[in-house]
Write a protein that binds this ligand. Structure first.
Ligand SMILES: Cc1ncc(COP(=O)(O)O)c(C=O)c1O
Length: 446
């Protein structure tokens, strides 16, 4: 498919997501082709995509014909059937495969259209669980400041980070509770790890006591958080949260929408921590972004009291999306792409760490092929670098044929290439990142 439009401008009929009118006036790149880790715009310019599609789903890279064929074959075989009162073969199979792929007791799966719906469904399942057990009052959900869990009504309440989006959509669903994030580089409690004794995790207990333990349904969190840029918590964090949830009968939902399917060098992000969730949410990498799919997994214990799940999406358990999920998991495992994410993630991180001599490079973080640079104008105070300079760096990178992205809190730049990336491409990308930082620092007179 081609379009005569080389750049999108304000005369276009298309509404873009999260894109300011001023950016549209300047002209928006129209992408027209993808191959491996490269994308090409409508003018034929080639970019290394260090963001796997900016929202990071494209784990297998672009143009994977084996995956495309699996999708085509499923459309020919059985393109659609309802998720209610009937099952379809790919959905049954994908649930079976996931039950063996997710470590621990998570054993039951429902399929939705995207990550936001997966989050909604997880919260609904948590509510069903408590309701069916006679604890009908539990409706509140705890999330972290700096979290992101999607854009739907209930999911939005667990969205702590994207302030213009959140404020515009308020009032949020009632029962939204926010606790601190484990952001050690700029601790919101003014403490220093490890002397802090993980106050950000331990304080959750006080918040629960204040909010009413019998009113809280679930705690939701990303194992490694995107808001601040690929932020992994200290290893004690998740076990402390798990213990607190157990003490108060609160279900723990770990949101694997970004981390799942190898992004962080393990199949799931929670595998980096000594924690077992009650529910997990998945999307993005589950189909490598080729067709939409979100999923929720939960334990038998969560499903046991639920006689009927009062929920119906026309496109739930979609056979074509589930067939794509099955093929994606098969390729990820066969091509050992999760090992590649771990190995090359380490290599990439070392390359980024070599940039810390730059006066503006504050903290370099990363797990697997998900890394970030948190920028500062002063290393001693860790004052964040104004966002406009990060945007300049991103634009400089685009001009040099590299796509990188701003982390949602707008203080860091993050990198999440397809898991198929190779060393030479990482070297090429690191060189451009280095040049863009140097150029911006020079422009700032540093
Ligand atoms: C952790 C997390 N949860 C949920 C979502 C929402 O997923 P989607 O954009 O597919 O609706 C996102 C999207 O970035 C996410 O990062």
């Amino acid at each position: 498919m081609t379009t005569s439009k080389k750049k999108l401008d304000e005369t276009s009929h298309l509404i873009l997501h999260l894109t300011h009118r001023d950016a549209i006036k300047k002209g928006i790149t129209v992408v027209s082709k993808g191959e491996g880790i490269y994308v090409y715009d409508a003018e034929g310019k080639e970019y290394i995509d260090l963001t796997a599609g900016v929202t990071r789903p494209v784990h297998l890279g672009y143009g994977n014909k084996e995956l495309a064929k699996a999708i085509y074959d499923q459309i020919c075989q059985m393109s659609y059937f309802t998720p209610m009162m009937f099952a379809n073969a790919p959905a049954v199979e994908l649930a079976e495969v996931l039950s063996k792929t997710v470590p621990g007791p998570i054993n039951r799966f429902a399929f939705e259209c995207d990550g936001s719906e997966a989050v909604e469904t997880a919260m609904k399942l948590a509510k069903h669980y408590h309701y069916s057990k006679g604890e009908k009052e539990r409706f509140k959900v705890i999330s972290r400041k700096g979290a992101y869990h999607g854009v739907n009504g209930v999911g939005l309440r667990a969205l702590g980070s994207i302030i213009p989006m959140r404020h515009m959509m308020e009032p949020l669903a009632p029962g939204s509770i926010f606790v601190e994030s484990p952001y050690c580089y700029r601790c919101s409690l003014g403490l220093t790890y490890p002397d802090c004794d993980m106050a950000c995790a331990r304080n959750i207990e006080q918040v629960i006591e204040f909010e009413g333990p019998g009113l809280i349904s679930a705690f939701i969190g990303e194992p490694i958080q995107q808001g601040f840029g690929a932020l992994a918590p200290p290893e004690e964090y998740w076990p402390i949260v798990r213990k607190i949830c157990d003490r108060y009968g609160i279900l723990l939902i770990i949101d694997e929408v970004i981390c799942g399917f190898g992004r962080t060098g393990k199949m799931f992000g929670f595998e980096h921590f000594n924690v077992q969730p009650d529910l997990i949410t998945m999307a993005k990498g589950i189909t490598s972004g080729y067709v939409p799919l979100g999923a929720v997994g939960c334990t038998d214990e969560v499903m046991e009291p639920i006689a009927i799940f009062n929920h119906l999406h026309t496109y739930g358990n979609h056979p074509v999306s589930c067939a794509a999920g099955l093929k994606t998991i098969e390729i990820l495992k066969r091509e050992k792409l999760i090992d590649n994410s771990a190995d090359l993630g380490k290599y990439f991180l070392e390359g980024l760490q070599a940039l810390t001599d730059h006066p503006t490079v504050g903290e370099v973080r990363g797990t697997g092929l998900w890394t970030a640079i948190d920028f500062t104008v002063e290393k001693k105070t860790r004052t964040p670098m104004p966002t406009e300079h990060l945007i300049n760096m991103i634009e400089r990178a685009n001009q040099k044929g590299l796509i990188i992205k701003l982390a949602p809190i707008r203080q860091a730049i993050e990198f999440a290439p397809p898991l198929t990336i190779q060393k030479e491409k990482i070297d090429a990308a690191l060189k451009i990142i280095d040049e863009c930082i140097t150029d911006e620092e020079q422009a700032m007179g540093l």
